[in-house]
Design a protein around this ligand. Structure first.
Ligand code: ACO
Length: 402
């Protein structure tokens, strides 16, 4: 057998695989995914078990360090994070400068990249494990603060600073829903739902944003800039932006009279660019195991919070109609994780344009783990080849004669 990595020059032997549908970019021990069987495991643990039994912070530790933490390790992890939750006060000036209606994903990508200017030790972190660890901790710690500041600023409300008495998720919820003037009680039902959603989004092997983080990191670029690139990749509606697009689509269907059949036909029409948002997945071709968990969580949370969301009924009708439609069945198009996540985020009180930001918060440990693994594996710089299809030789014509 040939060890491809030892072949230095394969000129003339290029594999063309648009969208990398069958091309492995790395060897990874983080996440296992079987798209045919609908299996997803982080470090060997089934997603169903982690979603039920663990917290988001435990899962973050598992993804980044490889094992579930012992209680003492988890306490240390939480304590290190709590020490770094504040962001530099000057970063607030960026928030003042953005137009009030600018998309939070644009702000998030910029602010996360800017962390490298405030914490310059991150620029040399790649070769020193201790600094690398500190850089990872700082990013995990500051990310929820950045997200909440973006949100509060969009409302024109005073910023709520992090409070170390809370766990990771409760602290985030307090910064989002808390007020300066009085203590707000954080509902354990909401904390549980938020933990579940973040766990389900925490990693998904070599998806578009994780591959971007690895690709950017492969040039030895620092973690903050690499993750900022991942945020940009996630923003697109074909990736993380789908959760916002789903709710907007369901709203449109509702306003249009709730005729799901009409919208199914629209999605099937090849002359219409419309796609059924929240349906289909590059690798899950039978079902998305995260969608199953989230659908159940969605029913539970709406019931517990006493919310009757008509959009949920439309979502259920659409799912049922699609599951019985030959177009969707033949192409193996099933609801993905984002079909129901937006409904839960809405029930928790988040505005639509924050949904993809919440996805980013969940995906953060995955990006960090992927970036760390890429460095530990000493992977070479990512540099794909191409199949050139342009002109071969052209004679130059002076501009006056063109
Ligand atoms: N609605 C209608 N038709 C669809 C949809 C959809 N949502 N998704 C795929 N198709 C059709 C395509 O038109 C194509 O049909 P054809 O064979 O007749 O040409 C066929 O199904 C295969 O589609 P591809 O685009 O080749 O599938 P791919 O694996 O490249 O794309 C993707 C996967 C991007 C997720 C796609 O299904 C899609 O656009 N879905 C809607 C957006 C979405 O929900 N994204 C979230 C993904 S999950 C996540 O990021 C967390």
């Amino acid at each position: 057998s040939i060890d491809i990595s030892k072949l230095r020059d394969l000129t003339g032997h290029i594999t063309l695989d648009l969208g990398y549908k069958n091309t492995g970019s790395t060897k990874s021990a983080i996440t296992f995914l079987d798209g045919e069987k609908g299996i997803l495991k982080y470090r060997g643990y089934p997603i169903e078990v982690l979603a039920e039994k663990s917290t988001f912070l435990e899962v973050a530790y598992l993804l980044i360090y490889g094992d579930l933490p012992k209680q003492e390790q988890l306490d240390d992890f939480q304590a290190s994070i709590s020490r770094h939750t504040l962001i530099h006060e000057d970063m607030k000036k960026f928030l003042d400068g953005y137009p009030s209606k600018s998309h939070p994903m644009a702000q998030l990508a910029s602010l996360v990249c800017s962390l490298s200017t405030f914490y310059p030790e991150s620029l040399n972190a790649n070769s020193d494990p201790e600094t690398m660890d500190l850089t990872m901790i700082k990013l995990l710690a500051k990310f929820p603060t950045i997200v909440s500041f973006i949100y509060k600023k969009s409302l024109g409300h005073p910023l709520i600073y992090p409070k170390n008495k809370y766990d990771y998720v409760s602290n985030f919820l307090n910064m989002i829903f808390g007020q300066r003037t009085e203590e707000v009680e954080i509902d354990p039902v909401v904390v549980k739902a938020m933990n579940t959603l973040l766990i389900l989004h925490a990693d998904h092997e070599q998806n578009c944003s994780a591959s971007t983080v690895r690709m950017v990191g492969s040039s030895d670029c620092n973690l903050y800039a690499s993750v900022s690139a991942g945020i940009a990749a996630l923003w697109g509606p074909l990736h993380g932006g789908a959760n916002q697009a789903v709710i907007e689509m369901l709203e449109r269907i509702k306003e249009d009279g709730g005729d799901t059949e009409k919208w199914i036909n629209k999605a099937k029409d090849k002359n219409d660019p419309f796609r059924m948002m929240g349906f289909g997945h590059r690798v899950y071709k039978n079902f998305d195991p995260r969608a199953k968990i989230i659908k159940k969580a969605c029913d539970e949370i709406l019931e517990k919070l006493g919310i009757n969301d008509p959009v949920l009924e439309i979502a259920k009708k659409l799912e049922e109609a699609a599951l019985n439609d030959p177009y969707f069945v033949e192409r193996k198009l099933y609801p993905n994780v984002d079909f129901y996540s937006g409904i839960i985020y809405r029930a928790l009180g988040f505005p639509t344009d924050m949904f993809t930001v919440l996805f980013a918060l969940g995906r953060l440990p995955g990006w960090i783990a992927q970036w760390k693994e890429m460095h530990e594996n000493k992977e070479p710089i990512g540099r794909p080849r191409q199949v050139y299809v342009g002109h071969t030789n052209r004679d130059f014509t002076d501009i006056s004669a063109r």
